[in-house]
Ligand binder design. Structure first.
Ligand code: AMP
Length: 420
């Protein structure tokens, strides 16, 4: 990366709202994903017809053109107070230089000597996938620049209303109902559908990675564990997804898996939104498996052909039959029989039988009463509390070999190729 800082403004910061067309709100990428000259270097945008993108003062022309562009990009933003700190990034509040009312979050990736090119694989993944994914329910990457010390800075849309976890936990002050859950679940499901439709697995879906914009829109964030899954033969690590949201196939050590891993997490978020507590909160992986067996049913060859072949398959000796839909009505009935039907389909033990994101969006629950609450009417976090960056430290696990080596490769090449 030496001497060639990244300059790739993925979107114009001033274009905060984008049109939507299909029922799934699919977006075509506004980000140039190739430079068109075939030499693999990131395309550099000047926004020549956009005077607002021109910095107020032009740095000396001693810089080479790429450095100049980086300098221009950097000068568009003013960094403010620190919002949070984590293992691979510090998050700062920032604003556009030309208009202090345009707020952004600047995620400054720390240089880490133990990694090739000094960039943690999490940071590389986050940058790579956020550049590719443009959707109203996925956090927007507005710009990227490197600072003097070669630190990489991701400029993200600022999402000031906290995250879903804060709302779920604030039982005393935040009240919400079935229409609100339906709205939040709709936004989450559209985000996941969009990732999967673009062959990206998020691999860390949980309430505190669902950030909330000023207008109430929920945005899926933290793509530090994401990866492409276009190649079905490729082995992937099982050590992903925060334990409470981790599906049984990963707990059993599966190295080949699909979007179904994210759907299980979506199901866990759904359950948590309803009961306002994590549904299956194991303290260890063994305990997590035991909870799944007890509350959902024991995975066996009968309900999941091939499960016993997974390399870490172990279950408690007492086999529990898979619970039927009716068993969930008592605890989860607040979302109605259709909602419970959808929930149960997201937590099918066998990943092949689990509902897909697309099928979720086609489920009848969205069309039954109550309607999803309009986003501007959704409950918001109560005043005073600020939780910024605390969760930077909470990682589901260390991503090992396949991702580490892949991450290093991506870092070296700074490969911002075609969207997947
Ligand atoms: P992340 O590493 O993306 O999970 O970010 C860690 C924490 O920083 C989040 O849980 C938020 O509290 C805060 N944060 C990250 N990105 C933003 C953003 N775009 N707007 C506001 N806060 C953010």
């Amino acid at each position: 990366m030496a001497g060639s800082p990244l300059v790739a403004p993925p979107t114009d910061i001033l274009q905060s709202s984008r049109p939507t067309s299909s029922p799934f709100k699919r977006q075509t990428s506004a980000v140039p994903s190739s430079n068109g000259n075939g030499n693999g270097t990131p395309r550099l945008l000047l926004h020549a017809n956009n005077p607002r993108s021109v910095p107020d003062s032009v740095p000396p022309m001693t810089l080479d053109p790429i450095e100049q562009l980086n300098e221009d990009e950097k000068r568009k933003y003013v960094k403010g107070k620190k919002l949070g700190e984590g293992t691979y990034a510090n998050v700062y509040l920032g604003h556009a230089r030309h208009d202090p009312s345009v707020l952004v979050a600047i995620k400054k990736i720390k240089v880490q000597q133990q990694y090739q090119d000094g960039m943690a694989p999490d940071a590389v993944r986050e940058l790579k996938y956020l550049r590719e994914l443009h959707h109203p329910n996925i956090i927007s990457l507005l710009s990227v620049f490197s600072s003097k010390d070669q630190n990489l800075n991701l400029v993200l849309e600022y999402l000031p209303l906290g995250d879903l976890e804060m709302l779920i936990r604030d039982v005393d002050r935040v009240r919400y109902g079935a229409g609100d859950i339906k709205a939040w679940m709709g936004m989450l499901t559209r985000a996941v559908w969009f990732c999967h439709d673009n062959f990206v697995l998020h691999r860390d879906i949980k309430p505190n990675n669902l950030l909330i914009a000023a207008d109430g829109e929920v945005k899926l964030a933290d793509f530090g564990l994401a990866r492409a899954f276009a190649d079905p033969g490729r082995r992937m690590t099982a050590n992903v997804i925060t334990r409470w949201y981790r599906p049984p196939e990963l707990l059993f050590g599966a190295r080949h898996y699909s979007g179904a891993v994210d759907i299980w997490s979506v199901g866990m978020v759904f359950a948590e939104l309803i009961i306002r507590a994590p549904y299956l909160a194991g303290n260890t992986e063994v305990e997590q498996i035991a909870l799944i067996c007890k509350q959902i049913g024991t995975p066996t060859e009968d309900n999941w052909p091939g499960v016993t072949q997974l390399r870490e398959y172990t279950v408690p000796s007492e086999v529990v039959a898979v619970w039927g839909k009716e068993a969930y009505m008592g605890r989860f009935g607040a979302v109605g029989a259709d909602g419970v039907d959808l929930l149960v389909r997201t937590i099918a033990l066998d990943p092949k039988k689990r509902i897909t994101a697309r099928e979720m969006l086609e489920h009848r629950w969205w069309r039954t009463e109550p309607k999803p609450t309009p986003k501007e009417d959704l409950p918001r976090k109560s005043g005073g509390e600020q939780k910024m960056g605390a969760d930077l430290k909470r990682r589901p696990g260390v991503v090992e070999d396949e991702n580490a080596s892949r991450g290093a490769k991506v870092a070296r090449k700074l490969d911002f190729g075609q969207p997947k």
